[in-house]
Structures are given as structure tokens and as C-alpha cells.
Write a protein that binds this ligand. Structure first.
Ligand code: DAH
Length: 367
């Protein structure tokens, strides 16, 4: 290890020799410094203000130099400082380079290892069917609307021509939000029992003509079993314009059923009752299992009931009259269907609960 000698001889030749020895020693130490810690030790040994080699030179060479040699010695000591600083800098770059090399080495990633396989999800069969139904009507020029799942008594019942206390309300077992006894009945909140309230909301939003389908979730106070669920899905439809007739309703739904179940199904419109349509009908399609001959699926009737529909009752238009729905000038049809029921029929599923259990073995069959 280099130790700073005292200078006896201040001749230029002796000075050169001393400087050369010092620089050689500095260069060798610089080259030997590998890694961050050794570099720091090297820097401090040479450049520390207190007792570093450069400081020692100041004391042992410059301060001790006789008067006439001071200039000469001063110039050399300054050059030495510059040179040693450069060695320190170069050594730093080299040692940090090797540090990052070793870090890179330890963080090396083997890109040939097999990756983590994240299986792709699939559309839920209920959503898939709902989108299919919506798609069929969109192709016929219907737009799509949505409404809130927490609804007021007014939109869910009253404006759809279910008067307060009318027994027609009993056909839909309703889940009410608690603690609203102080509110007027029409403002009380409930979980919508059907998507029909969005008919009213859509007509308030847009004057006639209107053609709209409404997919969404609905709730009823039903006990879960193979064909019932307290939460299920519906797609609602509404078309209002001048001169809309029952023929338009029949043609539209016949086309939709053929699109969903195959072009060989036939439809029939069976008299029914809903407070918000007059006349009302149930749409039935020929049984797609037995083709109409009669089997267990269609209960030997040859027909399967799929949805409710009808011509919009003029009483309903009274609630939206202000937005241009004048029952003397316009007419319309409406329909509503249960998405789970249609999905079950389409795929031959015999238990509605399968949709809600999240069993991948069931769900992945619909990808
Ligand atoms: N909202 C009815 C229900 O949930 C279904 C329905 C029937 C909707 C006839 C309609 C319709 O728009 O015209 O039972």
C-alpha cells in the first residue's frame, strides 16, 4: 500500500519520480477497486480531507518545500489532485457498472418458463340470452333503455294502470323497502317487480314515435325453487306511433321468436290480461322439443308460453299525455319476457337455480 514519502530532494527529476510513483500507486488501487464498498474505501483513502493522501501531500511536500521550490511543487500537487480525482471518477463508474451487472444477474428472468394461465371467462347464459333478445329488436330499429331497480309505487304500479289497492297488484308479490309509512303511497319505494315501469320513464323522456327495449333485473317475494327465483331478468318492449296495430305486434313478435328459436317455430296469441294492455295476450310458440305433437315439456299441449304482450291501454297514455302521447292520435304495443325462462327453454335447463350457483362446470358450457 502506498505511503507518502517525505521529500529530501526538490530537484525537478526527483519531483517527477515522486509524482510518477504516486500516480502509479493511485492507478493500481483504482483498478483494483471492485464494487461499491471498495470504491468508497479507495476514494476516502485518497481524498478524505482529514489525512487523505492528497492532504498528506499538501503537508509533507508543499508546506515543507523550501521557498524557491514552492511554485514548482505547488503546480505538480495541483496536477496530481486533478489526476487522482479522475481515477476516482473512473473507478466509480466501473464499480457501479459491475454492481448493476450483478443486480441484473440476480434478477434474471427465464422467459422460457411456462406462464401463469388465466382462463378466459364466458358470458353468463342469462346475459347471453338477454343480449341476443336485445340484438333481435335492435335489428328492427328498437333503441335500448334502462331504469332503476329501486322504483316508486307510482312507476311500478299506478302509472301502469294498477290502481291503489286493486287486486291486480296481488299477481306480483312485491318486496317493499321498510319504514316508509309516512310517505304518500305513490312515493313509497319497492324493488321493481317487472321492467314495465321503464315504459313510463321512456315515454316521459321521449315524445312519440318511440321504439325501445329494456333489459333488466327484477325482484319478487317468491320462494326459490326449480322455476322461481326472487331475482330474475326481463326484457321489456314498447312501440308507439300513429297507426300501430295488433298486426304490427304479431309480426314483430313472430319474427323475434323465429330469430330466437329457429325459423320453423310458429306463434299464436292467446287471450290474457295485464292492467297496462288492452287487449292483452300470451305469446305461445310451437313446442321445439316435439314440434307440436305433445310431450312432457309442453305438457302435451304442443305449445309453450313465452311472454306477455298487448296493445298499450289508453289509461297508460293518460299518465304521459303531457309529452305528446294523446290516445286519440297514437297507439302502441308492449311486451315483456322472462330471460331465465327463455334461456331454460332454449338450452333444456330444468332448474333456474343453476344460473345463480356460479358453478363453473355449468357456466363454461355456454362460452
Ligand atoms: N310486466 C309483465 C310481467 O312481469 C309482463 C308484460 C306483459 C309486459 C305484457 C308487457 C306487456 O309490456 O305488454 O308479468
Amino acid at each position: 500500500m502506498y505511503i507518502v514519502p517525505k521529500l529530501e530532494d526538490y530537484s525537478p527529476a526527483a519531483l517527477d519520480k515522486a509524482v510518477q510513483e504516486l500516480l502509479t500507486a493511485a492507478r493500481q488501487e483504482a483498478e483494483a477497486a471492485a464494487g461499491e464498498n471498495e470504491w468508497r474505501a479507495f476514494r476516502d483513502r485518497w481524498m478524505a480531507r482529514k489525512n487523505g493522501i492528497l492532504t498528506q501531500i499538501n503537508d509533507l511536500w508543499l508546506k515543507a518545500a523550501p521557498g524557491p521550490s514552492k511554485r514548482e511543487v505547488g503546480a505538480r500537487v495541483n496536477q496530481l489532485k486533478v489526476q487522482v480525482e479522475e481515477y476516482v471518477t473512473v473507478a466509480q463508474q466501473r464499480s457501479s457498472g459491475s454492481a448493476s451487472k450483478s443486480r441484473l444477474e440476480s434478477e434474471r428472468v427465464d422467459i422460457t418458463l411456462p406462464g401463469i394461465v388465466r382462463p378466459l371467462g364466458a358470458e353468463h347464459p342469462v346475459i347471453k340470452t338477454m343480449n341476443e333478445i336485445v340484438g333481435v329488436f335492435r335489428a328492427m330499429g328498437f333503441s335500448v333503455a334502462e331504469g332503476p331497480e329501486i322504483e316508486t309505487d307510482y312507476y311500478n304500479f299506478e302509472a301502469l294502470n294498477f290502481p291503489p289497492n286493486h287486486p291486480a297488484r296481488d299477481t306480483q308479490d312485491t318486496l317493499f323497502i321498510a319504514g316508509q309509512e309516512k310517505k304518500p303511497q305513490r312515493d313509497r319505494l319497492l324493488l321493481r317487480t317487472h321492467t314495465s315501469p321503464v315504459q313510463i320513464r321512456a315515454m316521459l323522456n321521449q315524445p312519440p314515435p318511440i321504439r325501445v327495449v329494456v333489459p333488466g333485473k327484477v325482484h319478487r317475494a317468491d320462494t326459490a325453487d326449480a322455476t322461481h327465483s326472487p331475482i330474475f331478468h326481463q326484457v321489456e318492449g314498447l312501440a308507439v306511433d300513429t297507426n300501430i296495430t295488433f298486426c304490427d305486434l304479431k309480426g314483430t313478435l313472430d319474427h323475434a321468436m323465429k330469430s330466437l328459436f329457429g325459423s320453423n317455430v310458429k306463434t299464436r296469441f292467446y287471450p290474457s290480461f295485464f292492467p297496462f294492455t288492452e287487449p292483452s295476450a300470451d305469446v305461445q310458440v310451437t313446442c321445439f322439443k316435439c314440434g307440436g305433437k305433445g310431450c312432457r315439456l309442453c305438457k302435451m299441449s304442443g305449445w309453450i308460453e313465452l311472454l306477455g304482450c298487448g296493445m298499450v291501454d289508453p289509461n297508460v297514455f293518460k299518465f304521459v299525455e303531457g309529452n305528446g302521447y294523446d290516445a286519440r292520435k297514437i297507439s302502441g304495443f308492449a311486451f315483456g319476457m322472462g330471460v331465465e325462462r327463455i334461456t331454460m327453454l332454449k338450452y333444456g335447463i330444468d332448474d333456474i337455480q343453476l344460473f345463480y350457483q356460479g358453478d363453473v362446470r355449468f357456466l363454461e358450457q355456454f362460452g
